[in-house]
Design a protein around this ligand. Sequence first.
Ligand code: FRU
Length: 488
Amino acid sequence: MEDLKKIIDVNLNSEMYYKNMSNSSSDKWRLNYHLEPPFGLLNDPNGLAYFKGEYYIFYQWNPYKCEHKDKHWALVKTKDFMHYSIPKAVLAPDEWYDKDGCYSGSAIAIEDKLELFYTGNVRDDKGNREAYQCRASLNQDGELVKKGPVVDKLPKGYTAHFRDPYIFEKDGKYYFVLGAQLEEKIGRALLYSSEDLNKWSFEGEIKTDYENFGYMWECPSLFNLDGKDILIFSPQGLESEEFRYQNIYQSGYIIGKFDFETLNFKHGEFRELDLGKDFYAPQVFKDDKNRTIMIGWMGMPEEEDKYPTKELGWLHCLTMPRELILKDDIIYQVPLKEFENYRIKLLEDTKNIICNEWNTDALETNSYELLLEIDRLEAKKIELRFLEGKDEYSSLVFNFEEGSGFLDNNKLINGVNSVRRFKFNNDKIKVHMFVDKSAVEIFLQDGETVISSRVYPEEGSTGLRILAENNVNIKDLKLWNLGEMLYE
Ligand code: FRU
């Protein structure tokens, strides 16, 4: 009873938050077109699905505190990525098998039903971890009904770091892939199968060349794109290098051919999906237009005390949904076309200007989209400065001689200091950048490289300019201010 009352209150408070949004004391870092929690902490996207004409987006949510505890599933629905239902807590940790958290999982639409699978996280009296893979179904009234554990035992040889079922159907059979850890503390992905969604059999480990690649693999997604099998996962425990694994945890993929009989995965090298400091635990789903769409958690369980919104009672957001496109075995990420509907006004539209400095006066907002193509001509370096104010800025730098660049947030007053590096190989650069008050997503070279970062500029730090040592050709520059999503 008490649990039920708590959830009713959470959902009423959420409703109140959105109803009063226009005259509430909402802070300057609240987002315009990224999904954020009304209060509390958000992490992984969960249960992504296209169902009965709507996109279902669930996420990990602690509605009580900005802490990694009490994980619920929140749900928002949208038809067009502009109008959203008010976030509601729909799964709460109130059963013996999920009492310490309804952890991450996924959804599958089967005819007129949406079936969800998630991990029930349980700690026993001594603090030991237990993990149950659980099922819940959406009923006709749109409520989630828990069906309890479908896998309640650990397979031999693995620890209780056993979670995040990603369900899919293949040739009339259901499967889920799970993140797991060998007793030797090495990350793995496991495969289960089922005929009826209730009885699940352990098929075994997905056999990759990555025998020893981090101590735990979280949040796997296994899917097929243009005839290629892809396993996305989030390994923990890789050592940082200059251009790779720059965060505490990573998210990336291997691509090739997966054999469902032998569980052998023939694949190429692990490649990270996003080199920014705020990206983790992405999940993939397909929609009715056969688009393969990925959403990630735009956050990281690191240095969270330095994220200034924590004190304001809310923390983290999701990335924009990105369509995945395969070219030469590389995943390119492109923001969904629907986001063009956020464009209010084309503020700048420039072609072929040769210069070594460009700036705009037209920008009085940090809610915008920039499309930029530059030919470097003789320039060795190009810098894009943005969020520029009296005493701060953020910069994206391209060094053509070294074939590398970086996003530097060290000159910003608030938030985590960071530099994130990337490589590129071209005399022409293409930048597609979305700035949303405290979230920046940068798609480079048509989405070959992506960098996502939370930033917390001061009021009025909206300066945007391009600086180069020598003349460059700004072949194309378009700048739109962007509007905001609506909750109803
Ligand atoms: C990844 C993760 C998952 C887990 C969830 C708990 O960020 O640790 O493995 O299910 O978050 O919130």
